[in-house]
Design a protein. Structure first.
Length: 518
């Protein structure tokens, strides 16, 4: 209900990351099934496959993509409650964990509503991995949980490598239970069953690696997409990432700021939320320092997830991006331990005190989310650079202009190209060969779908579309003049359109790199 209320207000702008999911789903329905997310070999096509199924049933609309995310997060919330119950929580702990997931911080709300290709699946599969590991620990003699865990681990590994933060600790727990309670002569066969399940679940990943080689997949898994954004020296990188986590990561995790800006949220209730989470963490640490306590290994299993997330963030290239999306796996463990903490307080002080605190934290989360949506004119966005914030209220006018003038092909930037392609049913194909950064930085990784490049190259008539980049506009004008090309211009909202070029020219001929930028 909370997500539907936010979606009904149009608070989530549709951008190219999400459009690529929709385009992949459309191509799947047309018979072309990709193994990985377009242009990113560290994320599988599971999300696009689920969206394709939804498209088949409900039509190819943006709201259908969001519906898939809502359903996935319903599953994540339900499994979080099951985990809280499995860790010894009663009714209050289970309900509190569910409520904290249902009305979470703006960071969690954003990345579980807008699709980026695999976060929703990773969170649900991760919770299922933990639950199956706990189930196997209670019934170590059964083979079913081992096979199921292996299949889920493989599926999660293909869907999104982020699931390794769940796979590693749950595998460790499985190994302990099998080693202690199963005869040694049976252990090898059971591990083989688990490995077989992993290969079957991750079959698309292994098949692609067998046909195309492992090097690219391993590089992508360990952050090739963001490599170079951190200092080259390891310890300098660790220090930078640690500061990113402490200054920007924690504030996004606990909802003190939106992931795309440092503007504070819900300041009146922020001290209460801060005190609450400090108390939860302190309670959890004290509890985990008692290894002989009942249920310690189960609680340690859940606590290991955020520990691995933080460690991976600090030592890997992903630590250069403190926006908040890589901290998504912290949401469920924090909600679970918060529920256990509140239930402990209720045993000592009655139910009203923890219920009041919980209500205030939920109000803080909701208030922060609504305030974040109102801070910028374009709602709850996954885009961090202000230059990429586009008013999509003019998209329909842009598409009508392009269609009327038969400007079906051309060049633009990443944040325009795929939105146009999806919304026009691929009648308007503009490849992202233009920079959107003010310093003219550009990467060819922005071009995610090679057939579009071929189609534009063969079109014979192109237009250029820029957004929020006056210096690039001037550079295009001077570049066209240098080539002796006549052209016309049109302004439509945030979009600047260069069209009716007297001859076709590619961006590579216009010297648009940072070295040539004025």
């Amino acid at each position: 209900m909370w997500k539907v209320s936010l979606l009904s207000q149009g608070l989530f702008p549709f951008n190219s990351d999400e459009a690529i999911v929709g385009l992949m789903a459309r191509h799947i329905l047309e018979g072309s099934w990709p193994t990985f997310f377009y242009g990113q070999a560290y994320m599988g096509s599971l999300d696009a496959t689920l969206v394709a199924a939804a498209f088949r049933a409900l039509g190819q609309e943006v709201w259908v993509i969001r519906l898939v995310q809502v359903l996935l997060f319903l599953g994540t919330t339900a499994t979080t409650m099951l985990l809280a119950h499995h860790l010894g929580g009663g009714g209050l702990a289970t309900a509190a964990a569910g409520l904290l997931m249902a009305v979470p911080t703006v960071n969690v709300t954003l990345y579980t509503t807008v699709s980026l290709g695999g976060y929703g699946e990773a969170l649900l599969i991760g919770n299922l991995l933990l639950l199956v590991a706990l189930w196997s620990g209670e019934h170590p003699e059964r083979l079913g949980p081992l096979a199921l865990w292996g299949g889920l681990a493989g599926l999660g590994f293909w869907a999104f490598g982020l699931t390794l933060v769940y796979t590693i600790p749950s595998l460790f727990l499985l190994a302990i239970h099998q080693g202690r309670r199963i005869p040694r002569h049976q252990v090898a066969g059971r591990l083989g069953l688990l490995a077989l399940g992993f290969v079957i679940g991750g079959f698309p990943w292994f098949r692609w690696a067998f046909l195309n080689g492992w090097d690219l997949l391993v590089q992508e898994l360990f952050g090739a997409a963001i490599a170079g954004a951190s200092p080259a020296a390891f310890w300098d990188s660790v220090l930078r990432h640690t500061l990113n986590f402490l200054l920007f990561g924690l504030t996004a995790i606990f909802g003190f700021r939106p992931p795309w800006t440092v503007a504070p949220l819900a300041l009146s209730l922020a001290p209460i939320a801060f005190g609450f989470w400090v108390a939860v963490i302190w309670f959890t640490i004290r509890d985990l320092l008692r290894p002989k306590a009942t249920g310690w290994s189960q609680r340690m299993l859940v606590a290991a997830v955020p520990l691995l997330v933080i460690a991976g963030f600090i030592v890997s290239p992903f630590g250069a991006d403190p926006s908040g999306r890589y901290f998504m796996p912290l949401a469920a463990p924090l909600a679970i331990f918060a529920g256990l903490f509140l239930e402990q307080i209720a045993r000592r002080a009655g139910v009203w005190a923890p219920a009041t605190v919980l209500a205030l934290v939920l109000v803080f989360n909701a208030w922060g989310t609504l305030q974040a949506a109102a801070q910028e004119p374009f709602g709850l966005t996954t885009q961090f650079d202000p230059v990429s914030w586009i008013d999509h209220g003019h998209d329909q006018a842009l598409m009508e202009f392009l269609t009327e003038n038969e400007l079906t092909h051309g060049y633009s930037n990443y944040w325009v190209s795929y939105v146009l392609a999806f919304q026009s049913d691929e009648r308007l194909i503009y490849v992202p060969f233009l920079p959107y950064h003010q310093d003219f930085r550009h990467t060819m990784r922005d071009s995610r779908y090679a057939p579009y490049e071929v189609e534009v190259a063969q079109s014979g008539r192109v237009a250029y579309i820029t957004t929020n980049h006056p210096r690039l506009d001037e550079r295009l004008r001077s570049g066209f003049a240098d080539q002796g090309i006549m052209f016309r211009e049109a302004r439509i909202g945030d979009y600047q359109v260069f069209y009716d070029l007297s001859s076709t020219v590619e961006p590579s001929q216009l010297r648009l790199s940072p070295d040539h930028a004025p």
